[in-house]
Design a protein around this ligand. Structure first.
Ligand code: NAD
Length: 456
């Protein structure tokens, strides 16, 4: 079904045009121009899809992508330059280097929660590394997806970058084709489908998935600031953030105080009635609204729990006394519901985390050096943020990605360039020197050969 589009891209890739670093830089500048000139339209589309405020849309999507673009444009020459490495003395007269080579035609599949950022950020890496790309944005954020399609087709030729819209059947048809790399952002469930399809063609994948990111809160901390940082990370985008703290594990002694501070933080951020707040996002659609309201009976509600299906509104909600074998604690919440559980010793909190699939992020609030070391050493997660939430994924110097059930591969900053490049190892020899001992018949005694091998 999509063979024709792929063939055109493959032909363009083979022309060699995208191998030129200057060409790539021009395309990144063009992409920046597309975004800057249409910033207001993108912010409006995000408002239409999710009721995102312009400020949140800029901070978490448009501004983030522009930062990534500027960095990539500035550093591209350096990233693309072959990297010299040592050569064994036995190969005297040779040199060795690693050159970054584009894969070819890339498929980017993106979700609806940050529909602009999660489409554009991988695209930056794909362009920078010299690839062609087919983008399949989410069908659940149609305003943003339509605008991306309209502008990408206006600014770029389809033989280089093309947007294909569709739902599950179209995505599955795309996945039947042989791509050179697939970059998928979405749920763990669909991640498995993507990887299975990719395996038929031995296509390498990056899977940026989700999971239940825990937030461990120790007792000797600034409780008020901790609560603000947790509430911000949780209720941003109404909890529809892959790295949102999914649940809190708090040291029993400060639980009540933390709950009070969390309530205060929510009030400070969104006022008496969050429904009236300009800064409070809505749930993407009825299906997710229904899924989330079904989770409300997984615990005792201590804040919020207000819902309005017509408005797709669920207020910031905090629950305690949660049922562990309820979906609330068994599945990624991906909405504005925050279960709070207690622990006595840090070892218990760590055990709770390692008993479950490896999360995308782990949050730890503590000033105790030993506890920081203990948690870092004894847990596995895509990333860690100590004494804050979300911020670790916003810096271009920290590669972002999951591990285990939360995914594989990483991007942002240089990691985006690396992800979309094959690192080709090259050894370049000359004709002046030759290691004659390697040719049969082998006249060198084995003892001497063993000594020579040390020079490899
Ligand atoms: P999703 O997995 O339902 O959809 C992602 C993409 O896959 C969409 O383009 C969709 O059209 C396609 N798709 C859906 N079902 C498919 C199927 N059966 N076969 C083939 N393709 C299919 O995810 P979502 O609901 O859009 O996003 C939410 C999930 O994404 C959450 O789990 C969240 O944690 C995760 N996520 C991860 C990151 C990250 O960077 N790691 C970022 C955002 C969201």
């Amino acid at each position: 079904m999509y063979k024709e589009v792929l063939n055109r891209q493959r032909e363009f890739f083979r022309s060699g045009a995208t191998r030129d670093v200057e060409f790539r830089k021009e395309q990144l500048i063009k992409l920046k121009d597309l975004i800057v000139k249409n910033e207001a339209r993108f912010l409006a589309a995000l408002r239409n899809d999710l009721k995102k405020s312009d400020m949140e849309g800029y901070l978490t999507e448009v501004g983030f992508v522009l930062n990534e673009l500027d960095y990539m444009i500035k550093k591209l020459n350096k990233f693309a330059h072959p990297r010299a490495v040592k050569t064994p003395i036995a190969y005297f007269g040779s040199k060795s280097y690693i050159m970054a080579e584009p894969y070819g035609v890339i498929l980017i599949l993106s979700p609806w929660n940050y529909p602009f950022q999660l489409t554009m950020a991988p695209l930056i890496g794909a362009i920078a590394a010299g690839n062609c790309a087919i983008i399949k944005p989410s069908e659940h954020s149609p305003h943003t997806s339509d605008l991306i399609e309209e502008l990408i087709s206006e600014y770029f030729d389809g033989q280089y970058i093309k947007v294909i819209q569709g739902e599950i059947p179209e995505t599955q048809a795309l996945l039947e084709e042989k791509f050179d790399y697939i970059f998928f952002t979405g749920s763990t469930f669909v991640g498995k489908i993507v990887m299975e399809a990719a395996s038929k063609h031995l296509t390498p994948v990056t899977l940026e998935l989700g999971g239940k990111s825990p937030c461990i809160v120790d007792k000797d901390i600034d409780i008020e600031l901790t609560a603000r940082r947790i509430a911000w990370g949780k209720f941003l985008n109404a909890g529809q953030t892959c790295v949102a703290p999914d649940y809190v594990l708090v040291q029993r002694a400060i639980k009540e105080e933390l709950l009070d501070s969390l309530k205060k933080a929510v009030h400070d951020f969104y006022g008496e009635n969050p429904k009236d707040s300009e800064y409070y996002v809505r749930i993407i659609n009825e299906r997710h609204f229904d899924r989330l309201t079904n989770l409300l009976d997984g615990g005792h509600i201590v804040l919020g729990g207000d819902t309005d299906r017509k408005d797709l509104y669920i207020s910031p909600t905090i629950l305690q006394d949660v049922v562990l074998d309820h979906e609330l604690m068994e599945e990624e919440i991906f909405g504005p519901l925050l279960p709070v559980l207690e622990y006595d010793r840090i070892e218990e909190a760590v055990e709770f985390v390692v008993d479950r699939p490896k999360p995308l992020a782990l949050y730890l609030f503590t000033e105790d050096m030993d506890k920081k070391k203990y948690v870092l050493r004894n847990t596995s997660s895509g990333g860690v943020c100590i004494n804050d939430t979300i911020t670790h994924m916003t810096t271009k110097w920290l590669p972002f990605g999951g591990v285990g059930d939360s995914g594989m591969g990483r991007y942002h900053g240089k990691a985006s360039f690396d992800t979309f490049s094959h690192e080709k190892s090259v050894l370049e020899s000359g004709f002046t020197f030759d290691t004659k001992q390697k040719y049969p018949p082998y006249n060198t005694p084995l003892d001497k050969m063993k000594k020579l091998m040390r020079f490899l």
